[in-house]
Design a binder for this molecule. Structure first.
Ligand SMILES: C[S@@+](CC[C@H](N)C(=O)[O-])C[C@H]1O[C@@H](n2cnc3c(N)ncnc32)[C@H](O)[C@@H]1O
Length: 254
């Protein structure tokens, strides 16, 4: 029953339900008022407006309102292009390969900047060996750059989405062969063996991840989060960077 509760609370499920409800409402309107001669696109706009209103009333984050507003009109416009279903299938497969289970984890793919690499280099030990893991290592660029600039570290990455994992694995095999890249779920990995754990995820997993880090990581090791704070836990240090997203690195000592 727990899985049912967690699915029903997931934003993707709420979004799908919102679209279904507004679709049913518009469908009923079409049946009840058959004399209304709106075009398919106009009905689609009406459904978009209805879904956006439901989303607003349910206090969903603002981006959902925009997505609901344009989803059905965009669908109607795309169908009017009469593209082969093959392209939709390819597009869907690409999204699955790039984003994996983002609908579940609520952590999409975006990459750490070069400024982050430089800031991490300034924080990591220079005189002694250390182990570093990037939780959800994306395309592996951060690990490759770090290992090329700071050779006294052992670098590990774990990634769940298939295509970023493959890019990360190949890139590191060729350019940083000592790095270890695994395909999998970091919640199943034990963090005890790492001196530094780096995460660039989203606000959603931060509370549970902190619990995991506190239980598994060794005293004196470091947990660094790019951009996302742990609710209610002040970082020991924070560094604001001058990159495209204005990232801030937050650092906690276990
Ligand atoms: C914001 S990206 C960060 C990429 C990389 N760490 C960087 O800084 O450039 C987050 C990545 O975490 C991955 N991810 C999310 N949840 C995960 C999980 N439970 N296990 C492994 N990877 C996960 C996503 O697939 C995504 O590629």
């Amino acid at each position: 029953m727990l899985w049912l509760t967690s699915i029903s609370r997931s934003p993707a499920f709420i979004a799908a339900l919102t679209q279904v409800c507004s679709f049913v409402a518009v469908f009923l309107l079409i049946i009840v008022f058959p004399e209304q001669k709106l075009s398919t696109f106009e009905w689609a706009m009406l459904q978009g407006a209805l879904a956006a209103t439901i989303s607003f009333r349910c206090k969903m984050p603002s981006w959902w309102i925009v997505i609901h507003l344009i989803f059905m009109p965009a669908l109607a416009a795309t169908l009017a292009l009469s593209l082969s279903p093959f392209w939709f299938c390819i597009g869907f497969l690409l999204l699955v390969l790039i984003y994996g289970k983002t609908y579940q984890t609520q952590v999409p793919l975006y990459l750490s900047s070069q400024e982050v690499t430089k800031a991490l280099i300034s924080l990591l030990p220079k005189q002694r060996n250390f182990s570093f893991i990037d939780l959800g290592c994306g395309c592996g660029g951060l690990l490759k750059n770090l290992s090329q600039m700071l050779s006294n570290g052992s670098y590990y990455g774990i990634e769940a989405a298939p295509l970023p994992y493959l890019v990360s694995k190949l890139r590191n095999i060729v350019l940083a062969p000592d790095n270890t890249i695994k395909w999998g779920d970091f919640w199943k990995d034990n963090l005890a063996q790492y001196d530094v754990v780096y995460a660039y995820l989203s606000p959603v997993p931060m509370k549970s991840l902190w619990e995991k880090a506190r239980q598994e990581m060794q005293p004196g090791s470091f947990f660094i989060s790019n951009s996302f704070l742990i609710p209610g836990v002040l970082p020991e240090k924070s560094i604001t960077l001058n990159d495209f997203s204005g990232s801030t690195l937050y650092m906690w000592r276990i």
